[in-house]
Each structure stands twice: as C-alpha cells, then as structure tokens.
Design a binder for this molecule. Structure first.
Ligand code: BEZ
Length: 389
C-alpha cells in the first residue's frame, strides 16, 4: 500500500516549507475521460496559456501542473486529490469540473487547509453554506448563471416552463435557480425531467413528454457529450417550431457547436463568457489561444485562463512564497483584472467570482453559427447564502 495512503489515514504530512528554487506544484483534478472530458482539456489548455503569457516562473520557482483524471466520479476525484497532496506534495489544487466531485473534495481540502481553486464546478454549497477560507471559485455558482433567466424569460412573454437537466447536484441547483425567479415573476413550471448524468444516451422518451405537455419554453442544462446529443435530438424531434429552447448557456458552447451544426440555431442562454464579446481583452485572448491551439476558446478555456492568471498574480504578490497558505489566499483577494469575460475579482465574503453574465442567442451569421449577445447583467455577485468564513 502506498505511503500517501497511510499519511492520509493519519492526517499527516500536509505542510512542508518550500525552498527557493523548488517548483511550485499545482495539483490539477479535472476530467480527462468521461462525459466532461473535453471540458477538462479546455480548462487545462487555458491555464497553460495563462502561464505562457503571465509567467511560469516566479521568484526563481517554476510553476508546474500535475494533472489527474477525476473521470467525473466523486470517489475518484477525492482519491486523486489525496494522491496529489500526500504523494506529490502539491502547493495548491485546481479542480474539478463537476459539482458532485467538488462536493466530495470539499471536506478533505477544508481540513487540509490547502487552497483549492475551482475552475468550473458550480456547486452552490461550496461558496454558500459549506464555504471555506480555502475554497475559491473562478468560474460561477450554479445559481449565479441561472437565476437571471427566470425573470428575463417572463419579461420575454413566456408563461409556462418545462425543466430538464442531468440528475445530480448541478442539474437540480440550476433548475431551482431558474424556477425561483420565474415563479416569483408570475410564471408556472409545468413539468421537469432529470435523466441520469452518465448513462443517458437517448433523450427521446423525455422529449416526447415535453411535446405532449406543450410549454412555452423548455429550459435545460446539459454540457459535454450530453449537450451534443440533446441538441441533435431536439432538432430531429421538430420541437423548434413549437417552443423556445433556452437554458444554461453551456448547451451550445463553442466546444460543442462543430458537432451540433445548424441544429444549435435559435437557442437562448445565459453564461459568463461567449467568444463574441466585443472587447480588446477578448480579441487578444482568442487570437493568442488560436495561435497556440488552432481552435476557438470556450468559456471553459477562459475559466482555466483566468485561474492561471489569478495564481500567477497572487504568487507575484507573495514573492513566490507558498508555505503561508493564508497569505496566498489574501493575495488572491487582492488580485483584480479585466480579462476576456470582463471585470474579474473574487468576493472575499464567499470566495465566489463577481462577474458579468451574458444572455445570448445562437444565430446563423453569414456561414457560421455564432453567439449573439442580446443582454448583459453586470457585476453579478452571489449573496452569502449561509456562508460564514
Ligand atoms: C457542474 O457540475 O457544476 C457543471 C458541469 C458542467 C458545466 C457546468 C457546471
């Protein structure tokens, strides 16, 4: 049995003072296989680009990424986290993508007092009731993206909504967020479906129920392989002419659009980034990413990129010092910048990012399908939601 396993049981071996010249080890727990594999790859590439651009060596210490595959499985995510901490002795952690994996990692990281920067998983609890001084999120909370859409859809004239999302923490939290705002505005949720996260290959039975119910709009959250499959089947079912397809904006991410093609047309979503944001920062970022990786950067890439930039800027403040974890987190709170998605800063009250949220429509522009921004809600900040640091 490996020594890190014994250390894990005994709860020892967490803090070893770094020497000048030692590498700064960043343990990365992301999915490189399973339903969210492409998201993990985009986040990693974004982080690597940030290190290239903002500095991969601070005060003589090289920043190195040690990556582990979470497989989108909570127990695997936690095991890999422990391996990175006890065996590789990482200075900080980055990950994961999925809310259920984040939930499994939270207590270990909190007790270890090791900074964990979340570049995707939106689990509300981790910056709410179960917040921790050591858990910082650069991406979004599930509530932050979706709660703006309830009142917005009502204002657009929709009065009945059907909800659909994978059956795990993120799916339920997102649907609860949109329901709250929509019902408060006067609308009604007339049906909901939660297909399994990993096993769903066919949406036909769910789409048949939606068709029979006939809501004004169908509000969904799907990402990864599920998003590609769902959009194609929704199109084939011919529901487009009967109701508005809307939801959390990952559904038509630039990561999935090439596989979805024109089936993605007409979707309306909310997200923290779309590639069409009209700013110099975004244009420069897309140019640099395209030069290195020869593809369009997605919102996941941006979250990885901003995570990498945040780490570099915080390390510049601490002079490359990582032994004092509280000083590192304090430095994180001091970092502010305008990046590809707009103004970026971490809220010290919850450790969740404060950011603009974009409402867009996926439209055909010329020969390509593009994200056309139709509304923007600036500086969206989560309330503490029970968070006491
Ligand atoms: C989540 O599990 O939190 C999540 C996964 C993919 C996209 C957005 C959120």
């Amino acid at each position: 049995m490996r020594s890190w396993f014994f250390a894990s049981i005994l709860g020892i071996g967490l803090s070893m003072a770094a020497q000048a010249g030692d590498d700064i080890k960043v343990g990365v727990v992301l999915p490189y296989s399973g339903v969210y594999a492409s998201l993990g790859a985009d986040i990693t590439d974004g982080m690597q680009l940030a290190l290239d651009l903002y500095g991969s060596e601070i005060a003589g210490r090289k920043i190195v990424l040690i990556t582990e595959d979470s497989e989108v499985k909570p127990t695997i995510g936690l095991t890999k986290t422990k391996k990175l901490v006890f065996q590789d002795k990482v200075d900080l952690l980055v990950g994961p993508v999925a809310s259920n994996v984040a939930g499994a990692m939270r207590d270990f990281v909190h007790n270890a007092k090791l900074p964990l920067i979340i570049p995707n998983a939106g689990n509300n609890l981790l910056t709410g009731e179960k917040c921790s001084p050591w858990v910082i999120r650069t991406s979004f909370s599930n509530d932050q993206i979706n709660r703006v859409m309830g009142p917005w859809l009502y204002e657009q004239g929709h009065r009945t909504l059907y909800l659909m999302a994978p059956d795990y923490a993120a799916g339920h939290q997102m649907m609860d967020a949109v329901r709250r705002g929509f019902v408060k505005a006067g609308g009604e949720v007339i049906g909901e479906e939660y297909p399994p996260l990993r096993e769903t290959k066919d949406f036909a039975p769910y789409l048949a129920k939606v068709k029979a119910t006939g809501p004004d709009a169908l509000y969904v959250f799907f990402a990864g392989g599920l998003a590609i499959q769902f959009v194609k089947q929704y199109h084939d079912f011919g529901l487009k002419t009967e109701m508005q397809l809307t939801g959390a904006g990952w559904l038509t991410s630039p990561l999935f659009l090439p596989a979805q093609g024109s089936a993605a047309k007409g979707f309306t979503g909310a997200l923290n980034y779309v590639p069409t944001i009209d700013s110099d920062e975004n244009r420069e970022f897309q140019f640099a990413f395209n030069e290195k990786y020869e593809r369009i950067a997605s919102e996941f890439t941006v979250q990885g990129f901003d995570t990498g930039r945040l780490i570099v800027e915080a390390l510049k403040i601490t002079g490359g010092e990582t032994a004092d974890k509280a000083a590192f987190v304090k430095a994180i709170h001091a970092v502010e910048f305008t990046g590809p998605r707009g103004p970026f800063r971490i809220d010290p009250l919850t450790n969740n990012v404060i950011q603009d949220i974009y409402i867009f429509e996926t439209r055909q522009v010329g020969y390509s399908i593009r994200h056309v921004v139709i509304d923007k809600i600036p500086n969206v900040q989560d309330p503490p939601n029970g968070c006491v640091m």
